[in-house]
Design a protein around this ligand. Structure first.
Ligand code: PLP
Ligand code: TYF
Length: 400
C-alpha cells in the first residue's frame, strides 16, 4: 500500500541533533538547535518553573480537559506580557486569543484562520531568510508563501532599503510575517526608528502584520524592551496577529505552551473570531495540553515567581551576550583571525549568522565535530566558557 511513499529528507535543524548524537568525539558541540544550555552545557530548568511545579503539586489540581481555547488564566497573563498593561485593545477586550501548541501551533492556527477568513489575500510574505519551518507551516495552512528582502549579505545587517521597497511594492492589504525580536536565523533586528518607519508604511499600504514572538526577553534580557515593535504597531492602530511561545523564555520547550491572538475592532467581533478559532482547533486536537500552560500561569500570575522568572530571563540573555563577547575576542585577539567579527556582538538573541559558507560548515563539522545548520547559523546558547576558545580556533581554521 505504501510502496510509492517517497523517503523524505531529515529536518534541516532537528536532523543536526541526530548527527550530533551519533558523534562520539568528546569535543563535539551542538550549535544547531536553538535551545538554551547553562555554562556546563546542560539543559536548564528555570528555578521559577521548578517552584511553580511544587505549588501545582501541593494544590493537588485535577487533570480535566481544558476548554478548546485553553487555560484562561494562562492566555490572559500571556496577553498582558506581550501587549502590556496599557494596551488599548487589551483594555477594551477586543483581542481574540487561544492557547496553542507552543509557537509553531500558534503560527498554524493563525495561518489557517487567515486562509479561511482574511478577505483580501491568500499570500503571506516571509523575510529572507526566515525560520525554516515558516514555509511549511503556512503552506500547510493553505496560504501561498512569498518573500520580502530582509538580510543583506554584504553588510551582514538589515537590508532596510530592500525591505521598505518590498513593503511598498506589495499589493495593498498583503500579509507580512514579522519576527517581533531576535530574528531567527540572522540575529539582525530593525532599530526602533526603523520599526517606526516599517509601521508607517504598513499602515499606508493597509498591510496585515502577523508577529512571530518566540524570543520575548531573549534579545535584551527585558521582556518589555523586546516587545517594543509589537506594542508600537498596536499603538499605531494595526490590528495585528500574534504567535507567542514560552519555549525559550520560560524554558518550557517540550511542554508546548503558547498562544495565538488577533486584534479585532470590537468585543462583539472578538467573540465571533473566538468562535471560529474554536471551530478550527476542535478537529485538529480538541483542546491543548494542560501542564505547560498551568506552569506558565503560575509563574506569570504569582508576583514573587514572576520577579524570579524575569531575573532568570535576564541571566540567560546575559550568558548569551557573554558568549558573543568571548567568541569575538578569541577570534580577533587570540587566534588572530583577520576577518571582521563585529557581527557576532552586533547581532541579537539566541543565534549568530556567522557568514560561514556551506563548505566551511561541512569542514567544521567533519574536522572539529562542531554541528550547525548549513546556512552558517550558530546557536550561541550551545557554547560555554569551557569550549568557546575551541570554537574560535575551529572557525579560524576553516575561514583562513
Ligand atoms: N518561531 C521562530 C522564529 C522560532 O525560532 C521558533 C522556535 O525555534 C518558533 C517560532 C516556535 O517554536 P515552538 O513551537 O517550540 O514554540
Ligand atoms: O533552532 C530552531 O530554530 C528551532 C528549534 O518543535 C525547534 O527549529 C525545535 C523543535 C521544535 C520547534 C523549534
Amino acid at each position: 500500500t505504501w510502496a510509492n511513499v517517497p523517503q523524505g529528507p531529515a529536518d534541516p535543524i532537528l536532523g543536526i541533533t541526530e548527527a550530533f548524537k551519533a558523534d562520539n568525539d568528546p569535543k563535539k558541540m551542538n550549535l544547531g538547535v536553538g535551545a538554551y544550555r547553562d555554562d556546563s552545557g546542560k539543559p536548564y530548568v528555570l528555578s521559577a518553573v521548578r517552584k511553580a511545579e511544587q505549588l501545582i503539586l501541593q494544590d493537588k489540581l485535577d487533570k480535566e480537559y481544558l476548554p478548546i481555547n485553553g487555560l484562561a488564566s494562562f492566555t490572559q497573563s500571556a496577553a498582558l506580557l506581550a501587549y502590556g498593561k496599557d494596551s488599548i485593545p487589551l483594555i477594551e477586550k477586543r483581542i481574540a486569543a487561544t492557547q496553542s501548541i507552543s509557537g509553531t501551533g500558534a503560527l498554524r492556527i493563525g495561518g489557517t484562520f487567515i486562509s479561511r477568513f482574511y478577505p483580501h489575500a491568500k499570500k503571506i510574505y516571509l523575510p529572507t531568510p526566515t525560520w525554516g519551518n515558516h514555509n511549511a507551516v503556512f503552506k500547510d495552512s493553505g496560504l501561498e508563501v512569498a518573500s520580502y528582502r530582509y538580510f543583506d549579505k554584504s553588510t551582514i545587517g538589515l537590508d532596510f532599503k530592500g525591505l521598505l521597497e518590498d513593503l511598498k511594492n506589495a499589493p495593498k492589504h498583503s500579509i507580512f510575517l514579522l519576527h517581533a525580536c531576535a530574528h531567527n536565523p540572522t540575529g539582525v533586528d530593525p532599530t526602533r526608528e526603523q520599526w517606526d518607519e516599517i509601521s508607517n508604511i504598513i499602515k499606508e499600504q493597509e498591510h496585515f502584520p502577523f508577529f512571530d514572538m518566540a524570543y520575548q526577553g531573549f534579545a535584551s534580557g527585558d521582556t518589555n524592551r523586546d516587545a517594543y515593535a509589537l506594542r508600537k504597531f498596536v499603538s499605531d492602530g494595526h490590528h495585528i496577529a500574534l504567535a507567542q511561545s514560552f519555549a525559550k523564555n520560560m524554558g518550557l520547550y517540550g511542554e508546548r505552551a503558547g498562544t495565538f491572538s488577533i486584534i479585532t475592532s470590537s468585543p462583539q467581533e472578538k467573540t465571533v473570531v473566538d468562535s471560529q478559532l474554536k471551530i478550527l482547533i476542535r478537529p485538529m486536537y480538541s483542546n491543548p495540553p494542560l501542564n505547560g500552560a498551568r506552569i506558565a500561569s503560575y509563574v506569570l500570575g504569582n508576583s514573587e515567581l514572576n520577579q524570579e522568572w524575569l531575573s532568570e530571563v535576564k541571566l540567560m540573555a546575559d550568558r548569551i551576550i557573554t558568549m558573543r563577547d568571548k567568541l569575538k575576542n578569541h577570534l580577533v585577539n587570540d587566534v588572530g583571525s583577520k576577518h571582521p567579527w563585529n557581527h557576532i556582538t552586533d547581532q541579537i538573541g539566541m543565534f549568530c549568522f556567522t557568514g560561514l559558507t556551506p563548505q566551511q560548515v561541512e569542514r567544521i563539522t567533519k574536522e572539529f565535530h562542531v554541528y550547525l545548520t548549513k546556512d552558517g547559523r550558530i546557536s550561541l546558547a550551545g557554547i560555554s566558557s569551557h569550549n568557546v576558545k575551541y570554537l574560535a580556533e575551529a572557525i579560524h581554521e576553516v575561514t583562513r
